[in-house]
Write a protein that binds this ligand. Structure first.
Ligand SMILES: Nc1ncnc2c1ncn2[C@@H]1O[C@H](COP(=O)(O)OP(=O)(O)OP(=O)(O)O)[C@@H](O)[C@H]1O
Ligand SMILES: [Mg+2]
Length: 273
């Protein structure tokens, strides 16, 4: 059986639409019939709450465990050091054909906890290895930094996607991000491919925004996707109801934009083989 595509959604910058893109891309893949797993690696737990309610998360975290168990966060490990099994941690079918590894706020201290741990960057790779063949697509939503959770995503992913909001500060951070990713991957001897940059959360038309978009397309002509995601209120409304944009507002401009972006991304993931 073919290995799954593993896509990490990353950026050092916060609030650029990483989670909206990771969840709705994963949701799109599921609706298309791909067996999809969404891994929430951000202690903010935003991808988790985009898919399930806080009550459902509380119950699941207490009984079944979360990504914090996979990383061996101390308060999530029993006295004997035993771990919850991955099968228990995965919440099945949160959306159509989409399973979820929920996150936990305790992941915030993971860098301190694992400071002296061996193989701390490959914990996720090791944890996912036994279930790789059960999925066609695995999508990792990362926090806005390059700490251990993101490093784990980079160490296991086949591709990474960089959402960028077209404003000055977001745009200047992209070069820095690419350098840091490249250094880390070199150290780890892994070679994930940049699947693309997605212009995201684009506000109402403004000259400075258009100039920033143009300059990003000029700097990275091969990498910036043609599809763009505009700022639309339906996106946050769908999150509040824990459903995908396709289910919340089928046929809407927001759903069309996320569909077009997902199709383009899938094409890029396939074309690089
Ligand atoms: N296209 C969009 N239109 C309107 N709102 C959006 C859009 N994309 C994301 N949002 C909203 O903007 C906020 C930030 O988006 P999101 O959480 O996807 O960014 P992020 O990059 O994951 O942030 P963080 O770095 O904190 O993880 C959220 O409230 C989200 O619902
Ligand atoms: Mg996020």
């Amino acid at each position: 059986m073919a290995e799954p595509k593993i896509v990490a959604c990353i950026n050092l910058k916060g609030g650029v639409g990483k989670t909206a893109i990771a969840t709705n891309f994963a949701g799109y893949c599921g609706r298309k019939g791909l067996r999809t797993l969404l891994v929430d690696l951000d202690p903010q737990t935003n991808a988790t709450f985009s898919c399930i309610s806080i009550d459902d998360w509380e119950e699941h975290a207490a009984t079944n465990g979360t990504v914090a168990n996979l990383f061996g966060v101390r308060s999530h490990t029993s006295a004997e050091g035993s771990q919850k099994s991955l099968d228990t941690i995965i919440r099945k079918e949160v959306w159509k054909n989409l399973d979820l590894i929920p996150s936990h706020i305790d992941l915030f201290t993971i860098d301190l906890e694992l400071a002296g741990a061996t193989a701390r960057e490959t914990k996720l790779r090791k944890a996912l290895a036994p279930i790789m063949n059960e999925y066609d697509m695995i999508v990792c939503d990362c926090p806005p930094n390059l700490t251990i959770p993101t490093q784990n995503a980079l160490a296991v992913c086949t591709h990474y996607v960089v959402p960028i909001s077209p404003d000055f500060l977001s745009a200047i951070g992209v070069g820095l991000l690419l350098i840091q990713v490249s250094k880390f991957c070199d150290d780890m001897q892994v070679e994930p491919k940049l699947a693309g940059m997605v212009l995201s959360r684009i506000g109402r038309p403004a000259i400075h925004r258009q100039l920033t978009k143009n300059s990003l397309r000029e700097r990275f002509p091969e990498d910036v996707l043609d599809s763009e995601i505009n700022e639309r209120v339906a996106v946050s409304e769908a999150v509040e109801q824990h459903i995908s944009i396709y289910q919340y507002a089928p046929g809407s401009p927001a759903a069309s934009e996320f569909s077009a972006m997902s199709e383009e991304l899938l094409g890029r993931l396939d074309s690089e083989e």
